[in-house]
Design a protein around this ligand. Structure first.
Ligand code: FES
Length: 323
C-alpha cells in the first residue's frame, strides 16, 4: 500500500552514457513542474512483466521545467529497476510521478558540505547548483571507485572549481570521512548521499564529533547488506501463512504478492514506513536500512521490509497495517 502520487505519462527524450555504468535519461512530461534541490521522481518500471516503482533524484538546476533529468546506474544485483531502465530507448513512453523532496536543503548554515559517493552524486548536483546560485559557503566532496564512472564530474569541475574535491578510490583510496567531519565547525551542515558504508562512516564520525545530530542530513541509494542475498522463509501467524522470499525479491514484494498489505513509500530503507515487528527469528538479520539507529538495529525487534533480509534463517513477523 503506497502513498498516492500524481502520475503523468512521459516520453524518453534522450539517453546519454555519462559513466561506465551510468546512463542519463531526459524525460519529456506533458506539463511543466517545479522542483527543488534534492528532489526525486518515482518511475514505473517493469520486472517480470509486473509494474514496480523506483525513485530517482532529479539532476540539474532546480527550476520549472517540462523535461526531467535522471541518471541510473546499472547495478549487478538489480532487482529490476536499473536493468529495466537500461532497456529503454529514446521515444519510449514512461510513467513518472510529480517531483517530491525528502532531502531538502535547510538554509541558514555557516557552511554546507556535500558528500557524494558513486551514484549518490545525482541529488547533489542540484544542491550544488542551488547553493552556488544563492552565494552560500559550501564544499563538495565527490568519491567513486573509478574515474571512468564519475558522472557529471567534468561539469561540476567547471562549475565549482576549487570547491570540488574528487576522490577516486582506485587511485587515492577512501575519503577520510572522520577528517572531513573534524574539519567542520558547529553551525555547518553535512549532506551525504552514497552507499551504506559511506553513510555509516559519516554517522559514526558525526556522532563522535558532538556536532548537532540535526545538522547531518542524508539520503542513500540502497545497500547490498553485510551478508549475501539469499532466499528465506517468513512465517506470518496473523495470516496463518509462510511466505518464501526469493534471492531476487524483497521481503516487501513477497508480502505484497501474497496480498499482505504493508505501508511503504521510499523503498530505499529511509522513511521507515514499511517497518514490521519481528516476533522471532533464526540466523542473522541483515538490516539494510538507513532509518533505524544502530542501537535499534542491534535489538532486532523491527526491520524495514523494503530492504532488510535474513541470512541463513527464518523470520516470524507481525505485519499489522499501520495507517
Ligand atoms: S518504504 Fe521507506 S523504509 Fe521501506
Amino acid at each position: 500500500m503506497r502513498f498516492s502520487n500524481e502520475w503523468s505519462e512521459g516520453r524518453i527524450k534522450s539517453i546519454k552514457q555519462v559513466g561506465e555504468t551510468v546512463r542519463q535519461f531526459e524525460i519529456d512530461i506533458p506539463a511543466e513542474v517545479s522542483f527543488s534541490a534534492g528532489s526525486h521522481i518515482n518511475v514505473e518500471v517493469y520486472f517480470k512483466g509486473h509494474p514496480e516503482i523506483r525513485s530517482y533524484s532529479l539532476v540539474g538546476k532546480p527550476r520549472r521545467t517540462s523535461v526531467l533529468k535522471i541518471a541510473v546506474k546499472l547495478l549487478p544485483e538489480s532487482k529490476g529497476g536499473s536493468a529495466y531502465m537500461w532497456t529503454l530507448e529514446e521515444g519510449q513512453k514512461i510513467r513518472v510521478s510529480q517531483p517530491k523532496n525528502h532531502f531538502e536543503l535547510t538554509y541558514g548554515s555557516s557552511e554546507y558540505v556535500l558528500l557524494a559517493g558513486g551514484i549518490g552524486i545525482t541529488p547533489m548536483v542540484s544542491m550544488a547548483e542551488e547553493l552556488l546560485a544563492k552565494g552560500e559557503n559550501f564544499r563538495f566532496v565527490y568519491a567513486a571507485q573509478k574515474r571512468s564512472d564519475m558522472p557529471f564530474s567534468e561539469d561540476l569541475n567547471t562549475l565549482l572549481g576549487d570547491r570540488l574535491q574528487l576522490f577516486v578510490q582506485d587511485e587515492h583510496g577512501l575519503v577520510d570521512i572522520p577528517a572531513l567531519v573534524n574539519s567542520m565547525k558547529k553551525g555547518s551542515q553535512l549532506y551525504v548521499c552514497g552507499p551504506m558504508g559511506m553513510l555509516e562512516a559519516a554517522k559514526l564520525a558525526w556522532f563522535q564529533s558532538a556536532l548537532p545530530a540535526e545538522d547531518l542530513r542524508y539520503e542513500t541509494f540502497g545497500t547490498t547488506g553485510l551478508y549475501p542475498t539469499v532466499a528465506f522463509k517468513v512465517n506470518l501467524p496473523r495470516f496463518n501463512k509462510t511466505v518464501e522470499v526469493s534471492a531476487n525479491q524483497t521481503l516487501l514484494d513477497a508480502l505484497e504478492e501474497e496480498g499482505i498489505e504493508v505501508m511503504y513509500d521510499c523503498k530505499r530503507g529511509e522513511c521507515g514506513l514499511c517497518q514490521v515487528d519481528i516476533i522471532e527469528y533464526s540466523g542473522t538479520i541483515d538490516h539494510r536500512d538507513a532509518f533505524f539507529s544502530s542501537e535499534e538495529r542491534a535489538c532486532d525487534k523491527k526491520l524495514c521490509a523494503c530492504v532488510s533480509r535474513v541470512f541463513e534463517g527464518e523470520l516470524t513477523l507481525d505485519t499489522s497495517y499501520r495507517g
